[in-house]
Write a protein that binds this ligand. Structure first.
Ligand code: NAP
Length: 269
């Protein structure tokens, strides 16, 4: 597709952003459905100025990533209820100059989990208490899952647990939890620290569902050990692609070609 004067512009705002797989994922999707759009990576230092540029340049939609997911909220015209509850926005749509914020990390994680397991009534341990843990925790609670926040720092872990109606468990006590689903939302295992892992292999039991939202590498040490222990595993690309599919559908009004988007991401990982 050749960009012309009708091409709709989209992008990701972050800093750093040169490693982002969002451009390859969304551009593959646009091209597959014949949508006249282009998606670029913008290194944005000043998020207030970045948001002004959405209106000034008639950018139709943006993904928002580290470090702007919280700060962006005050510059938008309206917020979806879930984004408000989570306290973070990673998706903006521009409808005739009105900017609305959403959180697709939450929906992406729930879709990735729902492919492999029921969530309702299951005991889920979320390791980490940062932005991703908050989005996933709210999502699982809204699906009536039973959540425990497992975190290194007790103050952050207890705060998130209280905010979402979950219990808190120190990382050192994880084996006492008896989780049916375990989700790593810390950067442990991510390149270049691929030998690190959030929990020792002895706590992984056959039949558990283990999801790692780190996707670089695709098969983290946690997922390799979970596989060896007989667990069902879910990699970080699943959540990434589903959160992107939600953005795609919000922006274009068309069904996202999820498999095409996944293949585009996999080629780069
Ligand atoms: P964040 O807000 O910085 O939170 C990181 C959490 O990890 C904190 O709770 C922190 O614990 C914990 N942590 C960090 N280093 C640790 C260590 N050495 N040992 C134990 N705990 C440690 O980050 P985030 O925005 O939630 O993102 C987390 C990860 O998810 C990143 O790797 C990001 O790339 C990935 N991610 C993936 C997707 C996807 O679609 N697959 C989407 C969003 C994010 P303390 O509270 O003790 O500091």
């Amino acid at each position: 597709m050749i960009a012309d004067s009708h091409t709709a512009l989209y992008g990701v705002f972050g800093d750093p952003v040169s490693h982002s797989l969002s451009p390859v994922m969304h551009n593959s999707g646009f091209s597959h459905i014949g949508y006249n759009g282009v998606y670029l990576a913008f290194r944005v230092k000043d998020i207030a100025a970045g948001v002004s540029s959405i209106k000034a340049l008639d950018i139709r939609g943006v993904s928002v990533t580290i470090p702007h997911k919280v700060a962006v909220m005050e510059f938008l015209d309206e917020l979806d209820d879930m984004a408000k509850q989570i306290g973070a926005v990673n998706t903006v749509i521009n409808r005739d100059g009105i900017l609305s914020g959403y959180n697709s990390d939450c929906l992406g994680a729930i879709s990735a989990l729902a492919e492999k397991t029921d969530i309702r009534g299951k005991k889920t341990g979320i390791i980490g208490a940062g932005g991703a843990a908050r989005a996933i925790g709210f999502g699982i609670r809204s699906e009536r899952g039973n959540v425990a926040i497992v975190n290194r720092s007790a103050d952050k872990g207890e705060k998130l647990a209280a905010d979402i109606g979950a219990e808190f468990c120190p990382l050192s006590d994880i084996e006492k939890l008896g989780c049916e689903i375990l989700i790593n939302t810390t950067p442990l295992g991510m390149t270049p620290n691929i030998e690190t892992t959030p929990i020792p292999i002895r706590y992984l039991e056959k039949g558990m569902v283990v999801m790692d939202i780190v996707y670089n590498p695709l098969k983290t040490r946690l997922l390799k050990e979970a596989e060896a222990a007989g667990c069902t595993t879910i990699d970080g690309v699943a959540m990434f692609v589903y959160q992107g599919a939600f953005q795609f559908e919000l922006w274009t009004g068309e069904k996202a070609p999820v498999e095409v988007m996944r293949e585009a991401v996999m080629r780069e990982t």
